[in-house]
Design a protein around this ligand. Structure first.
Ligand code: AMP
Length: 309
């Protein structure tokens, strides 16, 4: 069936309910995005299609999570290409609302607070970013809830086998802090949804795919490769149970003149607190997450790699 595009919450509810009825669906997946889609998003969508009977993707550039009006203005918007990419992955329905649809009263008075976990790392240079991101994720999780309301037939959809359809939402490991925060929000506030993490998709030379990579010149893109190279080095040392010796890796990053390093550290994957002792001079054991952020030319890039040994 061809992909359907809806722009209002009411249309989404009706179209979603119709799809669940039509497919006798027992599960629904939600893939939230800001558009300008690439193979990373395609992988999220494909994973959702593999695991669910009905898949809804959302395309919404959320003003609430942009501190910088210029960054918001220049964020790429490519809806036609996005629809084609999502259709190719087998997504059923795309919800691409206007800002007015999502925030009819202007800026919302009541928001989700990301707490102290939202203030570190990305939060330091982007104050309020995660409150804005979690607020829209909360709304999108509500919009995307399966069969939230009456389908066109007037009967409640029950997932074909009794009980409500299961509900999963897909997030990329690429945005590790966002993923940790979404997991905390869902646990702390009892959202009835399973969060599924999808590993970071990279180009062949290692650069993590990002909608913002298109703003890099060839020279800047080349320089940016030091980020994934640094992470790979840390990963290799962790896998070999060697000390991670972060200072030497940091020196490698800082040797790249076009890269302005913001942070680089190894943290606990859930609390994002630095793993001070376990990552410098003693052999690495256990679980960790190597985080990096840097400015390269006009673009702020983030990347990470989960560590386990
Ligand atoms: P965005 O459109 O940047 O808000 O991203 C939408 C979703 O796609 C988020 O869950 C991101 O973490 C995920 N995503 C973005 N880039 C990648 C990537 N390179 N690999 C895997 N997931 C990604």
């Amino acid at each position: 069936m061809a992909i359907q595009l809806v722009t209002t919450a009411a249309e989404l509810r009706n179209a979603g309910a119709r799809l669940l009825t039509h497919k006798q669906g027992r599960s629904q997946g939600l893939v939230p995005t800001m558009g300008a889609l690439h193979e990373g998003h395609a992988t999220l969508a494909r994973t959702a299609v593999e695991q669910n009977d009905v898949v809804v993707a959302t395309v919404f550039v959320n003003p609430l999570q942009f501190g910088d009006a210029v960054d918001l203005d220049r964020y790429p918007r490519t809806l036609d290409a996005d629809l084609a990419l999502l259709e190719e992955q087998g997504v059923d329905l795309v919800f691409a609302p206007s800002v007015e649809e999502v925030y009819p009263g202007g800026q919302p008075l009541v928001r989700v607070s990301a707490g102290s976990l939202g203030e570190k790392w990305e939060g330091t240079s982007r104050p309020g970013h995660f409150d804005g991101a979690l607020t829209v994720v909360a709304k999108l999780l509500h919009y995307g809830t399966p069969a939230a309301g009456l389908p066109a037939t007037g009967a409640f959809v029950t997932g074909g086998g009794g009980g409500l359809p299961s509900y999963r939402a897909y997030f990329g490991q690429k945005d590790a802090q966002q993923l940790a925060l979404v997991r905390r929000m869902v646990a702390d506030l009892n959202f009835p949804v399973d969060i599924v993490a999808v590993p970071t998709v990279r180009s062949a030379d290692g650069l993590a795919l990002s909608s913002r990579n298109r703003f890099l010149s060839a020279e800047q893109r080349d320089a940016a490769l030091v980020l994934s190279r640094a992470l790979r080095l840390v990963e290799e040392r962790a896998n070999a149970n060697e000390p991670l010796d972060l200072e030497s890796v940091q020196a490698l990053i800082e040797s790249q003149a076009l890269v302005e390093l913001d942070y680089f550290d190894v943290v606990d994957p859930r609390t994002l607190e630095p793993l001070a002792e376990n990552c410098r001079n003693v052999p690495f054991r256990g679980e960790g997450l190597a985080l990096i952020a840097a400015k390269v030319g006009p673009v702020r890039l983030i990347d990470n790699v989960p560590l386990s040994s």
